[in-house]
Design a protein around this ligand. Structure first.
Ligand code: MN
Length: 197
């Protein structure tokens, strides 16, 4: 069994103009795909071959000799999660259980958007901003490079990729504009709601 690249949950041009087909072609077709290929290469013939992705992440996250495996495995997982976090016609205020939980844990949807955007803007260099469930509360965290809440036993609910490859073709250096479009037009709240259980 090898780790495979999951299908995208939308057409490559479906997020245009907020994320272009060209960005998806590079981000999914090249970057995500390369993490999958590298991971399979690194685990071939080792005791990690045949294990599922989450097991590989957990088994390598605290082992300095396995950083390359961890980085590729975590990036495969993070990207698959990210594609599920966005959809055409998404964004705006949520409904359902997560709407109430956002109000109680952040004060308001507006406060949530402010904190989430700020986490993405202030992640220095490459990484991710996350909405997570931690001890029953929704919180916003950010991770550097490939790091993932899974490696810290924290439950991810929503993520945004803030590596430059996620937005540079469409927004160049304007990361805040990408985050604004992500929040207003792309978040798949149905998926986020499904992660609350
Ligand atoms: Mn990425």
């Amino acid at each position: 069994m090898t780790i495979s690249l999951p299908n995208l949950p939308f057409e490559k041009n479906a997020l245009d103009p907020h994320i272009s087909e060209r960005t998806i072609e590079f981000h999914y077709g090249k970057h995500h795909n390369t993490y999958v290929d590298n991971l399979n290469k690194f685990i071939e013939g080792t005791d990690l071959a045949g294990q599922d992705l989450e097991t590989i992440i957990k088994k390598t996250s605290k082992d300095a000799s396995k950083t390359a495996i961890f980085n590729n495995a975590a990036q495969v997982w993070n990207h698959s999660f990210y594609w599920n976090c966005i959809k055409p016609g998404g964004g705006g205020a949520p409904s359902g259980a997560i709407a109430k939980k956002i109000d109680s844990d952040f004060g308001s949807y507006e406060k949530f958007t402010e904190e989430f955007k700020n986490a993405g803007v202030t992640q220095f260099g490459s990484g991710w901003a996350w909405l997570v469930l931690k001890e029953g509360r929704l919180e916003i965290i950010k991770t550097l490079n490939a790091d993932t809440p899974l490696a810290h036993d924290i439950k991810p609910v929503l993520t945004v990729d803030v590596w430059e490859h996620a937005y540079y073709l469409d927004y160049q250096n304007r990361r805040p504009d990408y985050l604004g479009a992500f929040i207003t037009h792309l978040i798949n709240w149905d998926f986020a709601n499904s992660q609350m259980k």
